[in-house]
Design a protein around this ligand. Structure first.
Ligand code: SF4
Length: 703
């Protein structure tokens, strides 16, 4: 609002919600953010969605933690049912920072000294800055003495990254999503960008207006299909069958890019032989898609001058998530649709900094820039630089850590800004694990469902309260700036991590956050050319960026791939059924996801007045036909149960959901979708199959 007299200052920063990474300006009065406006950032060109525009009042919510808390003696860890996040003093007592930090660190030290570093683990956050993520993983590796460090990427694109690293040698996107505007064909698969990446979706719509053809493939209908030339609503969990049959058509009809295959790839002969049995006719029963439609879509994709693929959790969150991504990569490689304007592979990253947190190694198998922790040469280089030993074995992932706690081999955890008591699959099992820990330290804004199990709770800073960088889905490293002060005695996360590090015996002395960023540029070749001052001026620089003069490279794989021989590799994928298929007892497929208004586990957006007013209560989305069969009306209560749990929830009619399938958003603590989901893992990415499990739906029996 030009000349708005309600505000007394404004601060340029970045939206804290999704991986699009919209640049914005906070409009502030009396140290309160009144609203935000979109800036002309490379990812948003002044646009914002409802969350970016109206979702900031969570930071001023009265439930914000403003002082450290210590569990009261005699209050059992699993005594969470009576705990009210607005009134934590029934279970916790307030403490000074000194007392809380001593207790927090000493509990971890005790585990380390009695059981060894590998009895500890840390979950960092994709909602913090790159600098916080970098220091957190460094603390776990050099202070705890373990590589057991992970974050929500494990529930996000871990399988996509596994496939990308295996085939094309780089886990990040090959082109920004804005390249959709240079594409003749845009394929969106297993993704609902209008809901999950709303501003990116506007670029797709613009591209269609300019003449691009949009192909959407998803078991759930979505509003973006109104702009699509093709909408393929396949049976859930059948992406490998569908993509293999598309590739079968491309090979049989001679539509491959033979020069590209010859000069840039390997292993095509093996893939070609593998595809023989995947004709669209043979796969029709599996996918439910008309073979002619598959042929049309395959021809469009292969023969366009430029085709680009976007995918989301519908691809990655399966036991065959890595196979799904392998197929997408093969499809791009065999048609030469990569490395040129308007082409590429783009797994749309979820959280605002999940790309950055992964880049800086908040993951158990890699050191910064995806350098293997198991490689002795790389490890030695980091040991010298960090002046500390690093465990030679890769660590455990999110769900594996839960299992290790149940087995008694992990006994202490430090969790910064993650909420596994809501986000983990089969969440009762995950919650039980939290209650079994000898020592749990949680650092967060609110008394989250996870903090309820903590021994020590450390009140942290919200994104609009801190300086730091984040990296969006496009690989754009962007500058965030503190806009308002922290409430009460809450502290900067960077300060808290350092205080913990000191007590764990590390001699760190970072002053300004830019000192951490500078250290990152010394160990990460991808951002070597980006300095703090450069970012202060430019606000965003895309990586790879090799020198101060390098403008950064939006398109990668233009010449070759960052693999050992420079070639992209075809990896065939076979049909693997979901881990748990519907049967007589549990005949319906449950899939989970987000709503436009609510972010992830809801810890922020459920405390945002505007956003929670729009979507205030848990709802199960169901096909009208299925409702009719069950004699259910919109608003009726149903009981949904799986082999792992059950919940009561209101019904919403949704014509986009197939019969025999339901959708439940996972942001509502009062009906947590993850009570039902399956924790079976993809063997490569170690991601859980939260997009598919078998459930039973019954009309709620009233007493
Ligand atoms: Fe924020 Fe994502 Fe919305 Fe942009 S699209 S305003 S980054 S939530």
């Amino acid at each position: 609002v030009v000349g708005d007299t309600r505000i007394d200052r404004e601060v340029h920063s970045v939206c804290p919600f999704c991986g699009v990474g919209c640049q914005l300006t906070f409009k502030i009065r009396d140290d309160k953010i009144l609203y935000a406006e979109g800036r002309d950032g490379p990812a948003n060109e002044e646009r914002l969605c409802i969350k970016g525009r109206f979702g900031f009042d969570y930071i001023h919510n009265p439930e914000r933690l403003t002082t450290p808390l210590i569990r009261k003696e005699g209050i059992a860890k699993d005594d969470v049912a009576t705990l009210d996040p607005a009134n934590p003093l029934t279970h916790f007592r307030e403490a000074s920072w000194e007392e809380a930090l001593e207790l927090a660190a000493n509990g971890l030290i005790q585990v380390r000294e009695t059981k060894g570093g590998n009895a500890l683990a840390g979950f960092g956050s994709a909602k913090g800055s790159n600098e916080e993520a970098y220091l957190f993983q460094k603390l776990v590796r050099t202070g705890f003495g373990t590589n057991n460090v992970d974050h929500c990427t494990r529930l996000c694109h871990a399988s996509s990254v596994a496939a990308l690293l295996e085939t094309v040698g780089s886990g990040a996107v090959s082109a920004p999503f804005n390249e959709a505007e240079n594409a003749e064909v845009i394929m969106v698969i297993g993704s609902n960008p209008t809901i999950n990446h709303p501003v990116a979706a506007t670029f797709f719509k613009n591209a269609v207006k300019k003449g691009a053809k949009l192909i959407i493939i998803d078991p759930r209908g979505q509003s973006l299909s109104r702009h699509a030339t093709y909408m393929l609503q396949e049976k859930p969990g059948t992406d490998v069958a569908l993509l293999n049959s598309m590739m079968h058509v491309i090979v049989k009809e001679g539509l491959t890019d033979k020069d590209y295959i010859k000069n840039h790839t390997e292993n095509f002969a093996e893939l070609k032989a593998h595809l023989d049995g995947f004709s669209p006719e043979a796969m029709e029963k599996v996918t439910g898609i008309d073979p002619d439609l598959i042929r049309d879509v395959a021809r469009e994709f292969a023969t366009a001058k430029s085709s680009i693929i976007f995918w989301g959790m519908g691809i990655s969150q399966h036991v065959h998530g890595t196979d799904n991504s392998r197929c997408l990569i093969s499809l791009s490689l065999m048609t030469g649709q990569v490395g040129r304007p308007g082409t590429g592979l783009h797994p749309l990253r979820g959280q605002n900094n999940v790309q950055g947190a992964s880049d800086v190694a908040l993951i158990p198998m890699f050191l910064p820039d995806y350098q293997s922790v198991e490689d002795p040469v790389i490890r030695e280089r980091f040991e010298k630089f960090w002046n500390a030993d690093i465990d030679p074995n890769k660590g455990l992932t999110v769900v594996e850590i839960t299992e290790a706690v149940h087995k008694g081999t992990i006994n202490g955890m430090y969790i910064m800004g993650e909420n596994p008591a809501m986000s983990d699959p089969n969440v009762s099992h995950a919650r039980e694990a939290l209650s079994l820990l000898d020592h749990l330290v949680v650092q967060d804004l609110f008394l989250t469902e996870t903090a309820a199990y903590a021994d020590v709770v450390l009140p942290a800073s919200a994104w609009p309260e801190k300086d730091g960088t984040v990296t969006n889905t496009n690989r754009q490293v962007q500058m965030g700036r503190a806009a308002v002060p922290m409430p009460g005695d809450a502290r900067q996360d960077l300060w808290i991590i350092q205080e913990m590090a000191k007590r764990l015996g590390l001699d760190w002395n970072y002053g300004h956050v830019k000192e951490v960023f500078t250290e990152m540029t010394q160990v990460m070749g991808s951002i070597k050319g980006i300095s703090w001052d450069r970012l202060e001026n430019a606000d965003a620089v895309i990586y790879p960026c090799e020198s101060p003069e390098d403008p950064g490279q939006p398109l990668i794989f233009t010449e070759n791939f960052p693999t050992k021989n420079g070639l992209g590799k075809f990896v065939p994928a076979s049909l693997i059924s979901p881990d748990e298929t519907p049967d007589q007892d549990f005949p319906t497929v449950l899939t989970t996801g987000r709503l436009l208004e609510h972010w992830h586990t809801g810890s922020m957006t459920r405390r945002s007045e505007v956003l929670d007013a729009v979507e205030p209560e848990p709802i199960v989305h169901m096909a009208p036909g299925m409702m009719e069969n069950l004699e259910i009306l919109p608003g009726d209560l149903v009981t949904v149960s799986s082999r792992r749990g059950q919940l009561d929830i209101k019904v919403r009619a949704d014509g986009g959901v197939q019969n025999g399938m339901i959708f439940i958003p996972f942001c509502y603590a009062e009906a947590a979708a993850n009570l039902l989901t399956n924790d079976a893992l993809d063997p490569f990415g170690k991601i859980a199959e939260v997009k598919f499990c078998a459930v039973k739906v019954e009309k709620k029996k009233m007493p």
